[in-house]
Design a protein around this ligand. Sequence first.
Ligand code: ATP
Length: 237
Amino acid sequence: MSALELEDVNAYYGNSHILYDLDLHVDQNEVVALLGRNGAGKTTTLRSITGTIPRREGRIDFRDESIVDDSVDAISNKGIKLVPEERRIFPTLTVQENLMLSRDSCKGESRPIEEMYDIFPILDDLRGNNGQNLSGGEQQMLSVARALVQSPDLLLLDEPTEGLAPVIVEDLEEILKDIVSEDVTVLITEQNVEFALELSERAYIIESGENAWDGTIEELRDREDLLEKYLSVGVEE
Ligand SMILES: Nc1ncnc2c1ncn2[C@@H]1O[C@H](COP(=O)(O)OP(=O)(O)OP(=O)(O)O)[C@@H](O)[C@H]1O
């Protein structure tokens, strides 16, 4: 069953037309990567799904119901949670307070905060620390934990490895692998292609706001031409 379905989606910032007739779907419990160069339109695609963009058109269905005319809050209340690239944790609140606020603002079912500390042991030691005193990696973990505590039906991860040191990226990959092995549906954008390929089952490549390719991760690993053309990378065997 399709959890999320986009068909012929166009998106705009003012007069700038950014997405062109974009098609994409994510099945229930599937992990899908959305890849493309800087400025290809990945974040704009996620914002089109969450409704946090001035204007978008086309068909956007979540669990076979249109969400294209829904408000940002209504979309969030349906269980679609975005972990934004810029993390947006509350700097003057502690780790625990950030998690509590997220849990308490959730209209649907939430998960116990203690479960977040089991998933992210690093946060357990930092419960009383203010957001502003966390490292980039710790902030990213907290940002993912804030989304997870809301028990999302669809988790949107926008470049989770952005700006993180390689050793933190490895930790994050291990944690996200555990998370995606549970029954969770994920759409992840990444510039770090290897990271995205490790986590995902299928991928879409977009270029200048248009679909360029889609297929399975196995297919993509065999297509060095695509990786070089659209992503300028080689992939490890
Ligand atoms: N608020 C905005 N107003 C106008 N144009 C924008 C705005 N946000 C993004 N854009 C433009 O939309 C295009 C797509 O940007 P988007 O952030 O979706 O790309 P991306 O693939 O996520 O890239 P990145 O990896 O840099 O985040 C870019 O040309 C960008 O300059």
